[in-house]
Unconditional design. Structure first.
Length: 278
């Protein structure tokens, strides 16, 4: 239990040392459209310790920054890496992960700051989920020993000839998996797309690790207007279920084979041009 709160305890100690107050805020959550976690810390100076107005402003700023660090630590704890693992759980079992996550928090970028009209100070800080140096992904997503090939469609698979779905196109720019109507999808950093029966057809072990650390594996969108990641001519399929605590979409056998067939032509999965509608 002590290990669980080691990082938060350290940050709270900073707040106490600054002798500043803070304003409680609702817990921050990741913005999966911008792939960032952003928080706003607020602080006030201790009047008994502020020697001048300028000194008081400096104390309030330190308290606001410490409050922002505290909020970032709390938000990061709850980030879901995959269907079964949060960052908090990884930190509890790995000193290396805990040290790296702490470094990411300490490297948070100040987006804006300023004195408040009624007194006190406000500091908005953010960290990237992805983006390479300074992002969370490289601290929590494991680099595979080799890139696994995507599975092949079923041996007897023949693409259907139906309206609005040609038997051969070879020019799809991305994949949109419509998860609406099958439950509330759980946003994760490392999602998997499955075929009915459990076969994984898309996961981080199939992809260029260095690229997914920078770009992420998928975007989450509420409608097609936000699905730009999948390009101008995406293949759209509908999930038949959500598996693994609602984190991973499941496709019908026909749709999964069609995705794999078309990916062999256009390589949109390799290009991580994947969007989940929720």
């Amino acid at each position: 239990m002590l290990r669980k709160f080691k990082l938060l305890g350290l940050l709270m100690a900073i707040v106490l040392f600054a002798f500043g107050g803070k304003v409680d805020a609702a817990p921050a959550t990741p913005n999966w459209n911008t792939n960032t976690i952003q928080v706003t810390g607020m602080g006030v100076a201790n009047p008994a310790m502020a020697k001048t107005a300028a000194h008081g402003a400096m104390m309030a700023r330190r308290a606001a920054i410490a409050d922002a660090y505290r909020q970032l630590a709390e938000a990061i704890n709850g980030v879901q890496v995959d269907a079964e693992t949060t960052i908090e759980q990884m930190m509890l079992t790995s000193d290396v992960v805990r040290t790296r996550v702490s470094a990411v928090i300490q490297g948070a970028r100040i987006v804006s700051e300023g004195e408040l009209s009624g007194g006190g100070y406000s500091v908005t800080m953010e960290i990237p989920l992805f983006g390479g140096n300074g992002g969370l992904a490289e601290t929590v997503i494991e680099r595979p020993t080799y890139i696994e090939p995507f599975p092949a469609p079923a041996p007897d698979y023949r693409p259907p000839v139906v309206e609005n779905r040609p038997s051969y196109s070879g020019n799809y720019t991305g994949l949109v998996v419509d998860c609406r109507g099958v439950g509330e999808i759980n946003f994760v950093m490392s999602p998997v797309i499955k075929k009915v029966g459990g076969t994984k057809i898309y996961g981080h072990k199939n992809l260029d690790y260095d690229r997914i650390i920078v770009e992420g594996m998928a975007s989450y969108a509420q409608d097609m207007s936000q699905a730009g990641r999948a390009g101008s001519n995406p293949l759209v399929v509908h999930a038949v279920a959500l598996d693994d605590l609602n984190a991973n979409p499941v496709l019908s056998a026909e749709d999964a084979d069609f995705v794999l067939y078309e990916n062999g032509k256009s390589h949109f999965l390799d290009n991580i041009a994947v969007v989940f509608l929720y």
